[in-house]
Design a protein around this ligand. Sequence first.
Ligand code: K7E
Ligand code: CUA
Length: 685
Amino acid sequence: MSRQFTSKLAPHLAGTLLLAMAPLASGQATGVIPPEAAAIAAERQLSPDDVAAALKTYMPSGKFDEYMLFSSGGHSGQVFVIGVPSMRLLRTIGVFTPEPWQGYGYGVGNEILAEGAGPLGETHWGDTHHPALSETKGEYDGQFCFINDKNAARLAVIDLRDFETKQIIKNPLALSDHGGACVTPDTEYVVEGGQFAMPLGMAYAPMDQASYDATYRGMVTFWKFDRTKGRIDPSKSFAIELPPYWQDLFDAGKLASAGYVFGNSFCSERATGTAKIGDKNYFESGCSQADTDMLHIIDIKLAEKAAAGPSAKKVNGMTVIPLEVAAAEGVLYFAPEPKSPHGADVTPGGEFIVVSGKLDPHVTVYSIDKIKSTIAAKKWTKDSYGVPLLDFDSIVEAQVELGLGPLHTQFDDKGYAYTSLFLDSAVARWSLGGPYASKHPETPWTLVGKVPVQYNIGHLGCAEGDTASPDGKYLIAFNKWSLDRFPTTGPLLPQNFQLVDIAKTGDTMKVIYDMPVGFGEPHYAQMIKADKIKAWSVYPEIGWNPHTQSVDPGAAKVGEERIERNGSVVHVYTTVTRSHFKPERVVVKQGDHVVWHLTSLERAVDATHGFALAGHDINLSLEPGEAATIEFDANTSGVYPFYCSEFCSALHLEMVGYLLVEPSEGSSKVSIENAQPLDATKKGI
Ligand code: K7E
Ligand code: CUA
């Protein structure tokens, strides 16, 4: 058997050897493939494809991955950064959920989490679905990452200089979002579409059909991004009121379709679910009655005009273009899209918009040229809310049959599109037409090949696959179920990220790696060329405030460590270095308000300290140069050790201090005087 195997392996190894021995010609290396490799392959019964996959994904110690994947964490509320092709987890970024290792939400970052509070108060988790890397001319520029929280209609801004969340913004109109984040080609706007219809502004309204139709609404918000400040500017942002059609995913047009934003919807039936127990009209069936839903086509320039005009209204402080204005002024058009659609993905050149029908084996491809000419020819009827509904046959370029349950589509550099097939558990590769037809040998608009994935794929992501110039080479299937792929770790199973090699043309796609994701439920992820990320390895200067990205004038400075009392407010200025805090003993009085400024004096890469304060729910990560300020009320007298929670040095365990909170007058707290003395006979045991 092993003999047979060896012969099977041989031709492949010969090929690999040729490749690996290429440096031999220049005399650089010998014996790149050691004899033991064949022995290992035989012992583990690896197929030639397995061996090739292992080599393609193996990253030797100290070598870096070619791509970084920014993945949503679903209802973990975080973002994960993963190296591709090794599929090694590089970082978690705390976004909507506090995260103690990076000291997010345990003394620092609390104000960012609080910033996203709505009228109902703070939400300490999020449901992240769609990351959007900032773009310049339709290409990822590696500066920022935005992500939505479906659960509370929030949007977060992550600065990729330090991979930290800088802003969380609560949409004042709604309580759920899904259509975003996506950015316009130069990141002028970050788009956030709503999901579940409700009265805009989050007021109450009954849910009978008449009330639903009249008062429940969808929305899409255009958040203006200020790149210099690295913040969304709500004062320059606006929203469009939409019918209660459950807007789903949005994608910004680019190049040929620059200036437009497209979004699908999936319950234009306006189902209202079961009103009482025993009813059978679940949303499940109510939302999938009609043959078509509505592709939303939005003209950004006309939307800006309407938002600045007299007919815009304010809802909870947000500028909103009323639905009838959007319909009348060319801001909003609809197009029929088949069978409970999902995804609206724009081709690299912006010529086409691809929409999948979850209950239709086809993807439907719309042409922006045809959309424009159909709008110019006013070839439309009106939907029940008065929005122009474009003639389907006039705007469709192609429908391509792919398989069961198509969801999301991405692109490569070879004129192919890739669509996830949820029900088939497969990725379909198909050929684009138009300007892409000359890039591949196949007939345009046909299925080229499929690769099974394990299992129930949701999104997929190609290398820079939703930009103006996708790279090809890699695709990742973001699978919802892993079933039999990993050892059982209890009834909650990991998701499965599968790396697919898409380098060759034709029906040649191969799964080359399985990565269990046991820390979240990712939806979408974007894969960026790693060398585009220019992250700092230490903060630029000592005393750096990551929130303002500048030196904090109030930061603790070396030589100026002190404890300053101003009435009942005590300011503590502490510097932090290997391996001590200065000062180490901090004495305050019960009832004092403590403002504690800590500055890391470190300049060495990776010399991170922690600051864990017992009894106060405080834990900081003080990265080299970082300044942090925490505040708390010293309400309970006692002795509170604080220590460095990051193993920083040989004397890390000695990196300790004490906060002493002296009892106030008349306090009944335990003091040394009334404590039991130690039994002298037991001393020294
Ligand atoms: Cu999971 Cu993009 Cu929220 Cu599709 S969505 S799978
Ligand atoms: Cu500083 Cu451990």
